[in-house]
Design a protein. Structure first.
Length: 268
């Protein structure tokens, strides 16, 4: 074959290869852009579609645990999305308080509540951070992928009960009036919520860190449906500011701890 003809063939082959690489690069860039857009949309809209149901998130956390700040940050980011069918409660347990830092938001009652879940779910022991979702699913509190996936699942479930509540201040107490289904084998819970809290940690695993929290459970009361005159009262703690805080109410079954209904309201 003449040398000039052979050179022409090589030039054509090289040109074809360059064109192929160029087209492949465009396709990859487009695919990456599309995936980035999809992931961004997923993070911003965890429900994905139907919001008929609700997701009830109970985060068991502690300022004494170095693994907890990422979980607190995760639920704070979720709260900023403004989803009306997502409820977040932060329970600060007390079993970290003897390890160098006492969490001022901690309460032995929240440790007891977590332990009931641990027993019901057949887990070996309690841990933090832990999320209990709708009373029946549990996972590590900083697991973003699992959290958003389960929110999507429960948001699509329209089979749930309804609760209506209102709250007002009367002298030194908060009066909560409610309407709820008269279901046997259930309890209605009312949580007095401090929506924002923070600490400059001076000991323990988070020494030196400034920690912020949302929807901290300050007090929790329960009644049996039909037991009282559709009213619950909270004494206002001396260190509790009513501004911006709220009441969260939920209906929970006694046997499997499933949350059947949830709502919240501002304190007027």
């Amino acid at each position: 074959m003449p040398k000039r003809k052979l050179q022409a063939i090589w030039i054509i082959l090289i040109g074809v290869l360059i064109l192929a690489f160029f087209l492949f690069g465009i396709r990859s860039a487009f695919k990456d852009k599309l995936l980035k857009k999809e992931n961004s949309g997923y993070k911003s809209h965890p429900g994905g579609g139907s919001d008929k149901g609700f997701a009830f998130i109970e985060l068991f956390t502690s300022e004494g645990c170095s693994s907890c700040p990422p979980a607190d940050e995760l639920v704070a980011q979720l709260s900023k999305e403004g989803r009306k069918n997502v409820f977040i409660l932060g329970y600060h347990v007390d079993y970290w308080d003897q390890l160098g830092w006492k969490d001022k938001f901690s309460n032995a009652a929240w440790t007891e509540r977590q332990q009931k879940y641990i027993t019901r779910l057949g887990l070996g022991s309690a841990y933090t951070p832990q999320i209990i979702l709708n009373g029946v699913d549990e996972f590590v509190g900083s697991d973003r992928e699992r959290l958003y996936r389960d929110i999507s699942k429960y948001s699509a479930d329209d089979e749930h009960e309804k609760i209506n509540i209102s709250a007002r201040v009367i002298k030194n107490s908060v009066e909560v009036n409610y309407q709820a289904p008269q279901l046997q084998g259930c309890m209605i819970y009312f949580a007095l919520i401090q929506t924002i809290g923070s600490s400059q940690v001076k000991g323990g695993e988070n020494h030196g860190k400034y920690l912020e929290h949302i929807n901290i459970v300050s007090n929790l009361k329960s009644v049996t449906p039909g037991e009282k005159q559709n009213q619950v009262n909270f004494l206002i703690p001396s260190d509790f500011s009513l501004a911006g805080n709220k009441i969260v109410a939920f209906l929970q079954r006694n046997n499997d701890y499933r949350i059947l209904a949830a709502t919240e309201c501002a304190i007027n």
